[in-house]
Design a binder for this molecule. Sequence first.
Ligand code: PMP
Length: 310
Amino acid sequence: PIQTTENIWHNGKLIPWADANIHVMSHVVHYGSSVFEGIRCYSQGEEGKTNGGGIFRLREHMQRFIASAKIYRMPIDYTVDQLCDAVVEVVEANNASPCYIRPVAFRGYGEIGVSPLKSPVEIYIANFPWGNFLHGNEGANVCVSSWNRLAPNTMPSLAKAGANYMNSQLIRMEAAVNGFDEGIALDRNGYLSEGSGENLFIVREGKLFTSPLANAVLNGITRASIVQLAKEMGIEVIEQSLPRELLYICDEAFFTGTAAEVTHLRSVDRILVGDGTMGPITTKLQTEYMNLVNGRTADRFGWITPVRIR
Ligand code: PMP
């Protein structure tokens, strides 16, 4: 269960957690008309020191939030800056860090027809404590899903829309009932796409490969961060359509995402990736990523928004 906090931001005001309710006849309940974000706030600095919190790439998340809404013709009456300030306001008011932050915008109570245009847009921002869970680094045992990712011109993959997660749920459930940690979906042409909630990277002969946005992947913010870190380390990054079988013969593979951070794949369809342990390039990238988000190395890219925690 979610560990609750005191306040939730709603259309410009802080309201009590328990009052953040909607009517069952709200448009979103019936037609999935929502867009959302998932953001992490990390403790900063050395373990045990209270240096406040730091929100990772807040601005990029709120830009993607507005972009998702724009695709669905959902007016957002706030600028990126105002939304970023709102996130800081609610995190500081709740005094919760490390935490997970969940902004969501949806079509509320109004018309019940399919067109959302006459239903009001409601925006909420919730946050709740979420520790820096350690992966244990034993790696994920995954399968290739029998479900494909969203086909072009059906549900737009570049929108982080609630309804896209019906597809994610099919992938995730199938994996779970078959004893896997996660499923990797192919796109409609049979190329590798992504996990139900993570982008995918493959390492082969020292080079880093990831699927391009055209292969039905979300433009993940962790994905972009890893690409930037890899380039900084002098690792060649190649974005191209990737055949499924590359997963079986690569040297290393890993997921990226706000929740997953950098998680290596131990096996795919019960075939070990390399020898199953986390490889050197994944280890290097994971270490640098975790050092950055936790403020253990300098924030040289301006990726951390500080928050005051009492
Ligand atoms: N793909 C999907 C489908 C996701 O839900 C997520 C999580 N938001 C990601 C990729 C990773 O994106 P990010 O790094 O921005 O969290």
